[in-house]
Design a protein around this ligand. Structure first.
Ligand SMILES: [Zn+2]
Length: 640
């Protein structure tokens, strides 16, 4: 499989949906704070049962649906001081948080988006239990707008203000547990048009929108406070939703691998059509093959049979070799089928003929399976699953349906991102979200006053940002322009704000020069986390180490694979106490007594040079100069 794709020839289209938590004093519809509860906050739990109406069935995670039909228990943790009767749906929502609305309006203005005249809160159906009410409250605040990008403007469709869902903390057989601390935290949701044309552009635009929100100074920071969903399609493919890409650097990979998947699925379709395969060639009536497998000697099979499970198979005529075709790195068409079996049947996965002989299942057993299914080993494929009949039948039914869809192309799916950037099936794509008005919250008219307030926290334009960096932070124009173009800008701003007394110049050069320099030394700069940078810069700001030591410290940390705590490495490089420095200087002075006496105060550079030769990298040069000057004066006074 070729690794490089020609995205314009593929007709790649990507849209982003960015969700960012706002840093307001209280939640969107009640007075609870917007911080998550730590583990030691006392909590009570409330249990509910979720029932699902038939019309909602198509939108749910099939595995969850299966649990729900049995009456899935939902447990809500209610941490003291972090959730009240509103989150529990025992009390109507209070009026919309005006501060959250102001922040949203500020972001809208920065994106050239047009605010609505009146904000109407709507209810959007959610049935996984993450909202106690069964719906999420959401309101459109602005329409239209754009973000500038070097590959062309990217349109904004809508900017919404909505409530965050409860936080899933645990899931087990027959139950799911949520913490209500996150439910109701204000979220801004920005949806772009599908104007993005390359994986890199998707990352740039996400970064830009994220930065712009960050620059209001009114949004949450840290893991989980910003979440991106991607809509990806190619020519002849379908718009696929990929949910929950929380890390920016994963975006280009997810886009690339999703484009690759759609391209490979289209190739599979062509291949099957060329072979003359029809829908009726998928025999989705499962046939039991427990007996054939029981003598196979496969450990996997014998374990399952011991648990009382049985084996069932279906025949896919004309599919030989197709299930083994790779669609994304490390994921085959068989993996796509397996996802369906897991989601719809709750089985552990599938075994298919393209991976046999294998799993301790030999040639002879494979031949007997083909025989009993009435298949041609040279042309057909089969899939089997292990499980109880109910689960196995549901799994194979779903596999059969997915295999039939391969003849039409790509099914409309909601997928989840894996840590390596590949994606997996989550559920079918819901239809257009059903919304109805939230009658408990009155509409809010947007006034001139609100727009004025919003203008006051509107994030700076790139030109304004350049002025802040050069004038307020004192950066050179070159460094400031470098930062403006660099994804590290956000990290820079965070570090300058969080590390007391650190010179901005030092932060900028650490990020743009030292960090990038690690690559040529064979160290991956992404191994240096934000926390590590913060520790190192703080040590410099506190005079524990010299700024000259930064590259060496980062290099050492990276080379040790991040396994040694950064504090230990900092201690190694620092640790020259002022007393030690003083006695070192005194030693140099007496060793060079005659020259120093002869030169008088002009001996400074000589002494300085010798002392620095011994402490370079371990103590700040400014401090050394200060001590040398004082000790030299003492020495000359004493000897005159
Ligand atoms: Zn509350």
């Amino acid at each position: 499989m070729s690794d490089e794709l020609d995205y314009s020839a593929l007709g790649l289209k990507v849209g982003l949906e960015i969700h960012q938590q706002l840093d307001t004093k209280h939640k969107l519809f009640c007075g609870c704070p917007t911080s998550l509860a730590s583990d030691d906050v006392p909590r009570k739990t409330v249990e509910r049962y979720l029932r699902v109406a038939k019309s909602e069935v198509g939108e749910i995670d099939p595995a969850a649906l299966y649990e729900m039909r049995k009456g899935r228990k939902i447990i809500y943790e209610v941490p003291e001081g972090h959730a009240c009767m509103v989150e529990l749906d025992e009390e109507p929502p209070h009026e919309l948080n005006r501060d959250a609305l102001t922040i949203t309006l500020a972001v809208a203005e920065a994106l050239h988006s047009k605010p609505v005249d009146e904000v109407y809160v709507m209810r959007k159906i959610v049935i996984d239990g993450s909202n106690t009410t069964g719906f999420q409250r959401t309101a459109v605040v602005a329409f239209g707008g754009w973000v500038e990008d070097e590959e062309g403007k990217v349109g904004i469709q809508t900017i919404c203000l909505e409530e965050d869902a409860a936080r899933k903390v645990e899931e087990g057989k027959g139950y799911i547990k949520y913490n209500l601390d996150r439910l109701g935290i204000p979220l801004i949701e920005i949806s772009t048009a599908p104007d993005i044309r390359s994986p890199e552009q998707a990352a740039r635009v996400a970064l830009k929108i994220g930065l712009l929100m960050r620059l209001t100074g009114r949004v949450k920071r840290g893991l989980g406070t910003i979440r991106q969903d991607l809509n990806v399609s190619i020519k002849g493919g379908v718009k696929t939703e990929v949910k929950g890409v929380s890390k920016l650097d994963l975006i280009p990979k997810v886009v690339k691998y999703e484009a690759m998947r759609q391209l490979n699925l289209l190739k599979i379709k062509e291949e099957l059509l060329a072979r003359g395969v029809k829908e009726r060639d998928v025999y989705d009536q499962p046939i039991e093959i427990t007996e054939i497998l029981s003598g196979s000697g496969s450990k996997l099979v014998s374990k399952a049979l011991k648990r009382g499970e049985k084996a069932y198979a279906i025949l896919l005529k004309g599919f030989k070799g197709v299930l083994g075709k790779e669609v994304q790195p490390g994921r085959r068409f068989g993996t796509e089928l397996s996802d369906y079996a897991k989601a719809w049947g709750g089985v552990k996965g599938i075994i298919h003929s393209d991976e046999l002989p294998g799993y301790g299942i030999g040639e002879d057993v494979v031949a007997r399976i083909y025989e009993v299914l009435g298949g041609d080993p040279g042309r057909d494929a089969f899939v089997f699953v292990l499980g109880n009949p109910d689960k196995a039948f549901r799994a194979l039914k779903a596999v059969g349906g997915r295999a039939k869809h391969a003849l039409q192309g790509i099914p409309k799916e909601t997928r989840g991102a894996n840590p390596d950037g590949t994606t997996r099936y989550l559920r079918p794509q819901p239809g257009a979200a059903r919304m109805y008005p939230e009658t408990d919250v009155p509409p809010v008219r947007i006034t001139e006053d609100m727009l004025r307030e919003a203008a006051a926290i509107k994030p700076p334009t790139p030109e304004e940002m350049l002025a802040i960096l050069t004038e307020r932070h004192g950066l050179s124009r070159e460094l400031a322009e470098g930062l403006l173009r660099d994804p590290a800008l956000q990290t820079y701003l965070d570090l300058v704000e969080e590390v007391e007394g650190v010179p901005p110049q030092l932060v900028a050069s650490t990020l743009l020069v030292h960090l990038k320099g690690l690559k040529s030394e064979g160290v991956d700069p992404s191994a240096i986390t934000y926390e590590v940078l913060k520790e190192v810069l703080r040590a410099v700001a506190q005079g524990k180490i010299a700024k000259e030591a930064i590259p060496e410290i980062l290099l050492k940390y990276g080379k040790l694979g991040g396994k040694t705590p950064i504090k230990e490495i900092i201690d190694e490089f620092g640790g020259v106490k002022v007393e030690d420095l003083d006695s070192l200087i005194e030693g140099v002075l007496s060793e060079n007594e005659e020259v120093v006496k002869a030169k008088g105060e002009r001996a400074f550079s000589l002494v300085m040079g010798k002392v620095m030769g011994k402490v370079r990298g371990r103590v700040d040069g400014k401090l050394v100069a200060e001590r040398v000057r004082e000790k030299l004066k003492d020495f000359l006074r004493r000897s005159s």
